[in-house]
Design a binder for this molecule. Structure first.
Ligand code: AP5
Ligand code: MG
Length: 190
């Protein structure tokens, strides 16, 4: 199985490029952000607690995320060609939990793609999306907090995978097609 981690700051194109990878490589896309937004939209009790955290730009507790992910991994069919983990793991504890979860099922991560985009561009993309998306976290105050959380908690995930020899930086500046071509070049090797 080709199991890819899409890592990068908010607005770095994780979702956009995951969709393209899915189309070409027929992988299963697991976006923890999308799963959380679905729970929030359901109007459940837990959803409203999650909404408060997401709207502040903070991370949802690891146990909730890890349980959510485990149930989706267990639901993968026998024909699954691989998974794109989009927005997960978000800190080193989640990375360790993911590796344990995969190893227990005889699986492993193939590579972490680190989408590198300049900060001004990230903010411009998110504010632009915020005009239409309705996402409660696409406003300037929450964007600043999401960027801070990314610097403090998520960046060390790249070091973790680098130490496993599974790290690949991707230049995330340019057009969507140019960026996909860079990713495709890396994935061809697997
Ligand atoms: P999540 O949904 O993961 O959001 P994020 O990481 O903040 O990233 P985004 O989804 O905003 O951006 P993206 O990198 O996917 O970029 P996109 O392709 O959309 O998480 C949201 C929240 O949920 C977190 O803050 C946290 O509270 C919680 N959460 C999620 N996972 C968690 C976890 N594991 N643990 C704990 N909490 C968790 O692109 C952005 C925009 O730019 C789009 O409009 C797109 O069209 C545009 N764009 C993309 N590429 C280009 C390009 N090349 N040129 C111009 N525009 C472009
Ligand atoms: Mg996304």
């Amino acid at each position: 199985m080709l199991n890819i981690i899409m890592c990068g700051a908010p607005g770095s194109g994780k979702g956009t490029q995951s969709d393209r990878i899915v189309e070409k490589y027929q992988l299963t896309h697991l976006s923890t952000g999308d799963l959380l937004r679905k729970e929030i939209a359901s109007g459940s009790e837990i959803g409203s607690q999650l909404n408060a955290i997401v709207s502040r730009g903070d991370l949802v507790p690891d146990e909730i995320i890890i349980d959510m992910l485990a149930s989706h991994i267990d639901a993968l069919g026998a024909n699954c060609k691989g998974v794109i983990f989009d927005g997960f793991p978000r800190n080193v504890a989640q990375a360790e939990a993911l590796e344990k979860m995969l190893a227990e099922r005889g699986l492993s991560t193939s590579v972490l793609l680190d989408m590198q985009v300049e900060q001004d561009e990230l903010i411009a993309r998110l504010l632009n999306r915020g005009k239409l998306s309705g996402r409660s976290d696409d406003n300037m105050e929450t964007i600043q907090q999401r960027l801070l959380v990314y610097e403090q908690k998520t960046k060390p995930v790249s070091d973790f995978y680098n130490s496993l020899g599974k790290y690949q930086a991707i230049n995330g500046m340019g057009t969507m097609d140019e960026i996909f071509a860079r990713i495709d070049e890396v994935l061809k090797a697997f």
